[in-house]
Design a protein around this ligand. Structure first.
Ligand code: GLN
Length: 225
């Protein structure tokens, strides 16, 4: 949470934590951070956040889901421990939990992000930090792909997709999607708040400004702590 707020602060925006459904009425955008999506779903249910979150998404307000937040926004989730997991839904995609493996297979990789560069400038790639990250394995027609990554072929024994496996899979066009946008929804499988590069946050703020004129007054983060 603090890291999301720090990234927003760098861009001159104050973030607040959301713990209660009624707090969603006073903010113009929402970041759903990483964590553990089953636990997040249980907490959201316990605090009766689902109806307000779904309403927020339906109203067209900007929402950015990072990692577990992406899972939470997806229409469908598959992979480990998905049974009965409640999702907000709205993002027309199928997400695969822990796509790259367990905690030990967490990794960093350079991602090509042409659409973000077109808006934000800066270097052509972004250092993606993937922590027990999901992968997006299907997208609907309204979903715009912002980044993908070659699927690691050595999934079970790697500490990140090796350069060789990335090259091999890139050749075979064997890719998994890791960042998307659909209207008011943004989702990333990696954690931009863990890097010093604020281009994703800046991009989301621009989305927010485009959707709501006075968005800069209050960008919030949902708390899962
Ligand atoms: N693997 C987690 C899940 O499935 C997400 C991990 C993360 O948010 N860094 O919920």
């Amino acid at each position: 949470m603090e890291l999301e707020r720090r990234a927003l602060r760098k861009l001159g925006v104050k973030g607040v934590e959301i713990r209660k459904p009624e707090q969603l009425q006073i903010v113009s955008a929402l970041i759903i951070p990483g964590g553990e999506s089953t636990t997040m779903a249980k907490l959201a249910k316990y605090h009766n956040l689902f109806p307000a979150l779904r309403e927020f998404v339906k109203m067209g307000k900007p929402v950015w889901g990072t990692c577990a937040g992406l899972i939470f926004l997806a229409n469908k989730a598959t992979g480990q421990k998905t049974g009965g997991q409640e999702l907000i839904v709205g993002l027309d995609c199928m997400v695969h939990r822990n796509f790259f493996g367990s905690q030990l297979q967490s990794f960093e990789a350079e991602l090509l992000i042409p659409k973000i560069v077109a808006e934000e400038g800066g270097p052509p790639s972004f250092r993606g930090v993937f922590i027990r990250a999901p992968g997006i394995i299907e997208v609907g027609p309204e979903v715009e792909v912002l980044a993908d990554i070659p699927t690691p072929s050595d999934k079970n024994v790697h500490s990140g997709p090796s350069v060789e496996s990335q090259q091999e899979n890139a050749r075979m066009e064997n890719k998994v999607i890791v960042a998307v946008k659909q209207g008011n929804l943004l989702a990333t499988a990696f954690h931009p708040e863990l890097t010093a590069d604020t281009r994703w946050h800046s991009y989301f703020l621009k989305m927010t400004s485009a959707i709501s004129e006075d968005a800069s007054s209050s960008i919030i983060s949902q708390s899962t702590e």
